[in-house]
Design a protein around this ligand. Structure first.
Ligand SMILES: Cc1cc2nc3c(=O)[nH]c(=O)nc-3n(C[C@H](O)[C@H](O)[C@H](O)COP(=O)(O)OP(=O)(O)OC[C@H]3O[C@@H](n4cnc5c(N)ncnc54)[C@H](O)[C@@H]3O)c2cc1C
Length: 402
């Protein structure tokens, strides 16, 4: 999935959004697979929409715009609610039986063919269609009745487009803790959208029976599943971030931060896995640092494969970028210990500065950075604040489009 910015722009220019709305729920529908680039702050949603608006009619792009607005809505919830997105946001998850991720899901042997293939695809490629994410999440939280957070962390860790807001809030939406009811789907529905014809599975039943698909009324697993799935049914899912970072450091030695490579007197632009904007101050000479913070990665662990994707995208598209593995405070300490100063700021070439000048973009993951904070690209900069439901938010956005 690594790509040059120029090649991605070609995809954006040639995309036809007209069929998006009517086909997006089918796994072979007209979806874009751009989320790994949009979530990484690499492809601007504003640029995407300007491009589509320039070439297509309102009717053609409005469905796509609405989905992009879902993304932005989740970003606003995270911006305003912070770490509360890690807790049941609107109501408590009910009917929880398992505390961890069901082993049949981690092992891709649930018995539902389309979903076992989806889990294999997730591990192999790091991408999943939205409907497959919804099915996996509903199977996890509403059929296996597992607590949603470990499942969300499991999926997050393997997604190239991992984003705490879109991920945790979608999982909450499915589990009914950020929506008015739990989302469920039966085998017919899965067959229809995934192009499969499976019959006789435990999901091959009417909706009113789905609640009891796996467990009996007393919460015991039904005897017909015990041959395939051994107890306990759930398993801890864990990623050792220290090992991931150690391996990443060994594999990417050439790009690892070296104080001797710092451009004397120049400012610093700090990138992270949510800001890999290749156009950001591209025209000026600055030190470009990709900051990989253990504190953040311990809170939101990702696999080594996913972290390597982040690094490859940065290496391919941001000339001279160096990787600093450590928290922001440690970076500052290294710069200060080595008496690094910036005499030239991006805006003001005359000023004499005695400290390193640091630029970064506003984001929930950069709240503790110090320096010059710049805005990220919002589709709807004027629609700010916390909205408990998407449709209240979308009404305001839609008005701005007319
Ligand atoms: C359980 C679950 C977990 C998810 N986790 C993530 C995640 O970690 N990161 C992430 O970026 N998205 C997540 N999503 C949202 C959505 O599934 C993906 O953004 C989308 O599938 C990406 O594929 P695409 O680029 O082909 O999307 P397209 O359908 O082509 O849409 C274009 C863009 O619009 C945005 N978008 C589309 N649908 C949604 C949606 N429902 N919610 C939010 N944004 C949307 C994305 O930025 C996407 O790239 C999750 C959804 C669910 C149900």
């Amino acid at each position: 999935m690594n790509i040059s910015y120029a090649a991605l722009l070609e995809q954006v220019k040639s995309y036809q959004p007209g069929k998006y709305h009517s086909t997006r729920n089918y796994i072979n529908g007209a979806v874009t697979s751009w989320s790994p680039y949009i979530s990484r702050g690499f492809l601007s949603p504003v640029l995407v929409m300007e491009q589509l608006k320039e070439q297509h009619s309102y009717q053609e792009w409005i469905g796509f715009m609405q989905q992009m607005a879902w993304r932005e809505y989740f970003q606003r919830v995270w911006q305003h609610q912070g770490d509360l997105i890690l807790q049941d946001l609107r109501s408590v998850q009910t009917d929880v039986i398992l505390a961890q991720v069901p082993a049949p899901m981690q092992n891709a042997n649930t018995g539902i063919h389309a979903l076992d293939n989806a889990i294999t695809q997730l591990y192999g490629t790091g991408y999943l269609h939205n409907h497959l994410r919804m099915y996996l999440s509903m199977l996890h939280s509403n059929i296996f009745k597992a607590a949603w957070l470990p499942g969300a962390k499991w999926m997050y860790a393997h997604l190239l487009d991992h984003d705490p807001a879109a991920n945790f809030l979608s999982w909450q939406w499915v589990a009914g803790t950020f929506s008015s009811k739990k989302y469920i789907a039966n085998q017919d529905n899965i067959n229809k959208y995934t192009n499969t014809k499976q019959e006789g599975s435990f999901l091959d039943t009417e909706y009113e029976n789905l609640k009891a698909a796996i467990f009996n009324a007393a919460g015991q697993i039904k005897p017909n599943h015990t041959e395939k799935w051994s107890a306990p049914l759930d398993q801890n899912f864990d990623i050792d971030t220290n090992t991931v970072l150690k391996n990443i450091k060994e594999k990417n030695q050439i790009q690892i931060f070296d104080i001797n490579q710092v451009l004397p007197s120049q400012s610093f632009c700090i990138y992270n896995s949510f800001n890999l904007d290749p156009l950001w101050h591209a025209e000026v000479s600055v030190n470009r640092i990709l900051l990989l913070e253990p504190k953040h990665l311990n809170q939101f662990p990702i696999s080594e494969k996913v972290l390597q994707f982040v690094i490859d995208l940065a290496k391919t598209n941001i000339p001279g970028i160096q990787i600093f593995i450590g928290n922001f405070e440690e970076l500052i300490q290294v710069l200060q210990t080595n008496s690094i100063t910036s005499n030239v700021s991006i805006e003001d070439t005359q000023s004499e500065k005695s400290k390193p000048i640091i630029y970064f973009k506003e984001h929930p993951t950069t709240k503790h950075y110090q320096g010059i904070r710049e805005e990220r690209n919002w589709l709807f900069p004027k629609v700010d604040g916390y909205f408990p439901s998407f449709f209240g938010y979308w009404k305001k956005c839609e008005r701005l489009l007319k």
